[in-house]
Design a protein around this ligand. Structure first.
Ligand code: CUA
Length: 175
């Protein structure tokens, strides 16, 4: 991803440099202003349409895997979460595998970010923790292990220390 960004930047810089070179090379020539305007405006319309199409396509593609409110079926239990400088108050820190939890997230002082990470380190749910609001994020726990809540928004000196663990244990066998 970093390499792709680097190449896009390099190619973009080359295109800009070529445009400058072309302008400098043609600076001695004269041409009627209305002809130049007509040609340029045609390009402006094309660029507008191309940018619009690219914007819609890129937005659609990148929003699909967004771990914001993953569809997780029927909610089996609610867990309340309150963020404050600099800890999480979690009403229950143990869940069973298979449970779909609705996290109701708020904050006591300033804005925080609730980010839920699976035992392998991938983010599986996230929502803003805001004073005066209760935001909901759902997640179905599919694997046993220790999940971790991290603060996703810089909130002061010990922002990095604002973590909490939720332990998912295997569901009790039905007899
Ligand atoms: Cu709370 Cu960063």
């Amino acid at each position: 991803m970093q390499n792709i960004a680097l190449w896009i930047a390099i190619i973009g810089a080359i295109i800009v440099a070529l445009a400058f070179a072309k302008v400098i090379a043609q600076s001695g020539q004269t041409e009627a202003a209305d002809l130049i305007a007509k040609r340029s405006y045609r390009w402006r319309a094309r660029l507008f349409v191309a940018t619009l199409v690219a914007g819609v396509v890129i937005t659609g593609m990148t929003l699909t895997p967004f771990p914001h409110d993953v569809r997780a079926g029927e909610v089996t239990r609610v867990i309340d979460v309150k963020g404050r400088q600099w800890s999480w108050d979690v009403s229950d820190k143990s869940v069973k595998v298979g449970e779909t939890i609705e996290f109701r997230v708020t904050a006591e002082d300033v804005s925080h970010g609730f980010g839920l990470y699976a035992p392998d380190g991938t983010m599986v749910a996230q929502i803003q923790a805001m004073p005066g609001f209760t935001n909901k994020a759902r997640y179905q726990f599919t694997k046993a292990g220790t999940y971790r809540i991290l603060c996703m928004e810089y909130c002061g000196l010990v922002h990095h220390g604002m973590t909490a663990d939720i332990v998912a244990s295997a569901a009790a066998p039905t007899l």
